[in-house]
Design a protein around this ligand. Structure first.
Ligand code: MG
Length: 149
């Protein structure tokens, strides 16, 4: 696994990409996306159709990040792993789908539900992460460990 900023984008093209926010391109509930991560988003944008897709209900913040990155945000209360999220995308030029995220239980299962490839990246964490977020991360890591045995 690799951090998003180190993702090799060379082989990622002609995809409909659903990109997670928290833990993937930004710290949990934070607004800042690093320049390094922006570079990767820009590279992905060139060859693919990229949408931000988050289970966070902080739509205002999510939309701000999307505007900053120049990509669309799927503004909805439908949560991953529901495949209904796909209905929000009006047009896709590409049939190949790719989910990029940090969590198996949301992003990984979402990928499975929409028949997408899944790239699980190394999570961006912070000592300031909220306690229940740390707990969710712990559960997700545990389940990953169990299923990968
Ligand atoms: Mg996440």
């Amino acid at each position: 696994m690799t951090l998003f900023k180190n993702l090799n984008t060379d082989t990622i093209k002609d995809c409909l990409i659903l990109l997670d926010i928290d833990g993937t391109i930004a710290e949990d509930d934070q607004l800042e996306v690093s320049d390094e991560n922006m570079v990767i988003i820009d590279k992905l944008k060139k060859m693919n159709q990229v949408h931000l897709c988050s289970n966070s209900r902080n739509h205002k913040r999510n939309k701000t990040i999307a505007d900053y990155a120049g990509i669309t945000y799927l503004d909805t209360d439908i949560r991953k792993p529901s495949k209904k999220i796909l209905d929000l995308i009006e047009h896709s030029a590409f049939t190949r789908r790719l989910v990029i995220g940090d969590k198996f239980l949301t992003d990984g299962l979402f990928a499975k539900n929409i028949k997408a490839d899944f790239i699980k990246i190394d999570r961006i964490t912070s000592k300031n992460d909220r306690l229940y977020i740390k707990f969710l991360y712990w559960i997700d890591n545990l389940i990953c460990k169990i299923i990968s045995k």
